[in-house]
Design a protein around this ligand. Structure first.
Ligand SMILES: Cc1cc2nc3c(=O)[nH]c(=O)nc-3n(C[C@H](O)[C@H](O)[C@H](O)COP(=O)(O)OP(=O)(O)OC[C@H]3O[C@@H](n4cnc5c(N)ncnc54)[C@H](O)[C@@H]3O)c2cc1C
Length: 478
């Protein structure tokens, strides 16, 4: 008999959280801790969403999205998770850039960047200070008319090399481009510049298992392999969800599913105002990614001087279209030394990540898809050769993921790695005004994506749900 993943589930909860990405789990944890009855439903066979990992023979474990986040993650984890989790957050000190314009290594914080911009790029200290202060003063409710390109032109006119230095890691961290509102850049860049780039020591598997344990302690009922097919709405109010053919009642839903899927598939556009639907239809998805995972043979060492994160590119210019092009010129290599998993099998791994368009991969037939993945692995090994000589002899296992892979495992529309563009934020925030008890927490608007953005958005939304549940002491809906 097939396993019933809903065995023992209650007929009703205060709140159902759909999806166990970092935003979904954080909301569930906070609401559980506040004493609400919480059910977390995840369609995949493990929790974590894009914060995930997989294992391969030989004791190799690959992390998908553990490359770097700002220091704020430590504070958020301490406050909204626990000390056991936050104490594993450590700094990555070797951030490297290598492209036809410059090659350098940095700790990627304000102090080091100020010194670099002054000494290597010849910018007067006063302009650097003004730029940093402007970026740090940005808020998500600020004017959005200035683009990141305009921001750079204002402080560093005509300096493509500086735009590249400032933008390349942020494009990688949240998919934003020179054409996006400058605030999406300023907020994320300043978060990183506060103290540098951090990572979770122990690996994503350890993080997610500790989060699961904390949710259990806080009374959250969490289930895998539970694919929510419908959010039930009656008279503009949440009534429950339909999952694996069963209906479960609740007063609030926090959807961590893609914003567009939440509105158009899970609820249905007929339940919203036509004007709101027009705005939702205009929300653009962020781009997707490709990755190549490479495991190093046991006993082979990669020197730490290779760096922790390496932003490398062979393109003469820094342009958004080049970053997304199938003909890859820019790659970010993450080097995982045995210290990433101190209790593990002392393995080295390398993951190469590149921003990508869904349309370049979506329509390939099976044969072409297989060949394209193989080509991606080969061209990545070619590029790695410069930094890890004889890498083909050192790599024991290599495989690729594409926008189709991310779509398959998370159901993100078009395999979006970072949710939606900026306009998604207002639509996400307006959901409870459309349907009482309907909330969305998950990657939107660039600033609410990435590990820290997702967790912080989960916090914001859970506070609103908590208030709503406490205020509306309604009888449980029938
Ligand atoms: C290749 C790559 C590299 C990245 N690198 C970094 C990095 O270095 N640093 C960083 O900060 N961020 C990085 N990110 C981004 C970061 O991983 C995400 O922004 C963040 O993890 C998203 O969290 P989320 O809460 O929005 O949900 P997601 O992780 O998107 O999870 C959503 C969850 O909802 C579930 N779900 C969807 N629909 C349903 C349904 N109907 N029923 C039940 N469950 C459902 C999905 O299965 C999934 O588990 C990277 C992303 C990618 C793709």
């Amino acid at each position: 008999m097939p396993k019933d993943f809903l065995a023992g589930v209650q007929p009703e909860y205060d709140v159902v959280v759909i999806g166990s990405g970092l935003a979904g789990m954080t909301s569930a944890n906070i609401l559980g801790r506040a004493g609400h009855r919480v059910l977390l439903l995840e369609q995949h066979y493990k929790f974590g969403g894009l914060a995930t990992w997989f294992k391969r023979p030989g004791g190799h474990t690959f992390d998908i999205s553990l490359h770097g986040f700002p220091y704020g993650m430590l504070k958020s984890c301490r406050r909204y998770w626990n000390d056991e989790i936050s104490s594993n957050i450590v700094q990555l000190k070797n951030i490297r850039f290598d492209n036809p314009m410059f090659s350098l290594t940095t700790t990627y914080n304000r102090e080091d960047f100020t010194a670099l911009l002054e000494s290597r790029f010849g910018i007067p200290r006063e302009s650097i200070t003004q730029f940093f202060d402007t970026a740090r003063g940005m808020n998500f409710y600020d004017d959005q008319s200035m683009t990141t390109r305009e921001l750079f032109n204002k402080f560093f006119p005509g300096r493509e090399d500086i735009a590249r230095l400032l933008m390349e890691p942020i494009t990688y961290a949240n998919g934003s481009t020179l054409e996006d509102p400058a605030i999406t850049y300023g907020i994320v860049f300043s978060n990183f510049m506060a103290k540098g780039v951090f990572i979770y020591e122990g690996g994503t598997d350890d993080l997610v298992s500790k989060m699961q344990a904390e949710m259990t302690r806080n009374g959250v009922d969490s289930r895998i392999k539970c694919d929510v097919s419908k959010i039930l709405v009656e008279n503009d109010k949440i009534r429950g969800v339909e999952v694996n053919g069963q209906q479960i009642r609740c007063r609030a839903v926090v959807s961590n599913s893609n914003l567009r899927s939440t509105i158009f598939q899970l609820v249905g556009q007929e339940k919203f105002d036509p004007k709101f639907i027009q705005e939702a239809q205009a929300v653009r998805l962020n781009n997707s990614s490709t990755q190549v995972y490479m495991a190093i043979k046991p006993g082979v060492e990669i020197p730490e001087s290779t760096g922790d994160l390496l932003f490398c590119s062979t393109a003469d210019a820094f342009r958004t279209d080049l970053l997304l092009d199938r003909n890859i010129t820019s790659r970010t290599f993450s080097f995982y030394y045995p210290r990433t998993r101190p209790d593990g099998k002392q393995r080295h791994a390398i993951v190469s990540s590149t921003n990508a368009n869904w349309s370049d991969w979506a329509e390939l037939d099976e044969q072409a898809y297989k060949e394209s993945k193989k080509e991606l692995v080969e061209t990545t090994l070619d590029a790695l050769e410069k930094y890890v000589p004889n890498c083909r002899e050192k790599v024991e296992w290599a495989e690729a993921a594409t926008p189709r892979t991310f779509h398959h495992y998370t159901k993100h529309v078009s395999g979006a790695s970072f949710g939606t563009k900026f306009e998604g934020l207002a639509v996400s925030r307006a959901l409870p005004q459309q349907i009482q008890g309907l909330y969305h927490a998950g990657s939107v608007g660039i600033i609410m994506s990435g590990w820290l953005g997702a967790i912080n958005y989960g916090v914001i939304v859970s506070n609103e749900v908590d208030q709503m549940l406490s205020k509306s002491a309604l009888p449980t809906p029938i």
